[in-house]
Design a protein around this ligand. Structure first.
Ligand SMILES: NC(=O)c1ccc[n+]([C@@H]2O[C@H](COP(=O)([O-])OP(=O)(O)OC[C@H]3O[C@@H](n4cnc5c(N)ncnc54)[C@H](OP(=O)(O)O)[C@@H]3O)[C@@H](O)[C@H]2O)c1
Length: 425
């Protein structure tokens, strides 16, 4: 690899913020790398190194990263839990970061959908591109499907990232680099959860219970509901977050701290305990009815997992859907099977999104109907900080961003960044 492993010596790498001539690829680059021996809390795991710029294959693109987004993948990658990404891709180090805005800087011989100089955002789904699922089927079922920047290396916490050509999408022109780099992973995931599982797709006037309404996924799910004319009922853990959800388009919010029905379902054979538990769940259900006028929700937008899953399966309506993409609080999901089969509820797993879905979703951002919901922006060397905040559930509502080569904030294209930062023409 030729990495120094020790830090800031800029041998062969352009300084951050000094923009090289378009298309000129240096030998080395700055990266916030994770190594196996550093797995643990984000401040220990992410370290600033100088590493080789990766060569691009025929179908690949090298993107000059202007800004990156922060999401939970970086937390899991730092911790090395539930598995180390290094065991998945086998590289010497891991460069996390599954969200980026930037400029196409080099393309492989077979690339036709973009060219050097294009200003882009990157979606994080990689597939083989050749199997039946990638060609007329469902690309998310491709056997080689992987999340870039998590199951693969060369993510966006580096001056250059390496992606498949199909991963690049048009950057919404009105967004700054830091806005454009922060939304795609959570937004496209929420989009597929709400539109990708027919016939349970989002429709006007539907009621949707959104867990973590102020988090990355929840923020984007709420906006999607609003844009569709549906009612998002956000669940959060504080009044501040609730107020934020209303401003973001939620119909109402509930404070999960006011209820006591969380965790795995108790033993159904222990009737006294089970009956007391059911009462506590019904109290939460009544709070939802107070918003909906007494009807159950059509969709539950799930991701906390172990702590909330049984309740999600109770409160969704007959024939409704609990759609989930994670188990942040634990993977041991329980539910009362009787209610699910008798009321013919659907439990649906969901994972990121296809390029088609990411592109569809991106058009609403380009039209200005969905906001990137950027909260706090961090400098490159601070990458560990937003991940620590996220891990400890202390992060601000919305999506956090990290400046990479866009060291001056507020620029919307390469020309503005050059003017603000200098660098070769
Ligand atoms: N499969 C996929 O494609 C995919 C894509 C994106 C994300 N994910 C996963 O989805 C999860 C959430 O991602 P995110 O970006 O939305 O994270 P996030 O911004 O941290 O939001 C998660 C929210 O969950 C809520 N929460 C925390 N503990 C909870 C509990 N015990 N019960 C109920 N809610 C709780 C928190 O809100 P309150 O404290 O206010 O309730 C928090 O805002 C992560 O595990 C991530 O890896 C999966």
């Amino acid at each position: 690899m030729g990495e120094t492993g020790t830090g800031r010596v800029e041998d062969g790498a352009w300084p951050l913020g000094a923009i090289p001539p378009l298309g000129q690829v240096p030998a080395r680059m700055h990266a916030m790398a994770i190594r196996r021996e550093r797995h643990g809390e984000p401040r220990q795991a992410f370290q600033h190194e100088i590493v080789d710029v990766p060569p691009v294959g025929p179908d690949e693109v090298l993107v000059y990263v202007m800004a990156a987004g922060v999401n939970y993948n970086g937390v899991w990658a730092a911790l090395g839990q539930p598995l180390s990404p290094l065991d998945v891709h086998g590289e010497a180090f891991h460069i996390a970061g599954s969200d980026a805005s930037g400029v196409v800087w080099a393309v492989g011989d077979a690339v036709r959908n973009c060219k050097v100089g294009d200003e882009v955002v990157v979606h994080c789904n990689q597939t083989c591109g050749q199997c039946h699922n990638c060609n007329g089927g469902e690309p998310m079922l491709c056997r080689e499907q992987q999340i870039w920047g998590y199951e693969t290396s060369w993510g966006s916490f580096a001056q250059f990232c390496k992606v498949q050509a199909q991963q690049v999408l048009t950057k919404p022109k009105h967004l700054t680099w830091e806005e454009a780099g922060c939304y795609m992973l959570v937004y496209a995931t929420a989009w597929r959860m709400l539109y990708g599982h027919t016939p349970h797709s989002l429709k006007p006037a539907m009621n949707v219970l959104v867990w973590g309404g102020s988090g990355g996924l929840g923020t984007m799910a709420t906006q999607i509901c609003k844009a569709a004319g549906a009612n998002a009922i956000a669940v959060v853990s504080s009044e501040d977050k609730g107020a934020w959800c209303l401003a973001n388009g939620a119909k109402a919010w509930l404070n999960r701290k006011e209820f006591d029905c969380w965790g795995p379902m108790p033993d159904t054979a222990d009737t006294a305990t089970y009956s007391a538990y059911s009462k506590r769940v019904r109290a939460f259900g009544k709070a939802i009815w107070a918003v909906t006028g007494g009807v159950d929700v059509d969709i539950v937008f799930e991701h906390p997992g172990e702590q909330t899953f049984p309740v999600s399966c109770f409160v969704v309506r007959r024939g409704g859907m609990v759609v989930f993409c994670a188990g942040t609080t634990g993977y041991n999901l329980t539910f009362d099977a009787r209610y699910v089969w008798m009321r013919q509820k659907r439990i649906q797993g969901s994972h990121f999104a296809s390029r088609y879905e990411a592109d569809q979703a991106n058009h609403l951002v380009m039209d200005g109907r969905i906001d990137a919901a950027l909260s706090t922006v961090f400098a490159f060397d601070e990458v560990a900080e937003p991940h620590t905040l996220m891990w400890e559930n202390r992060h601000p509502p919305g999506n956090m961003g990290v400046l990479v080569n866009a060291t001056a904030r507020g620029c919307r294209n390469l020309e503005e960044s050059r003017a603000a930062q200098g660098g070769a023409a």
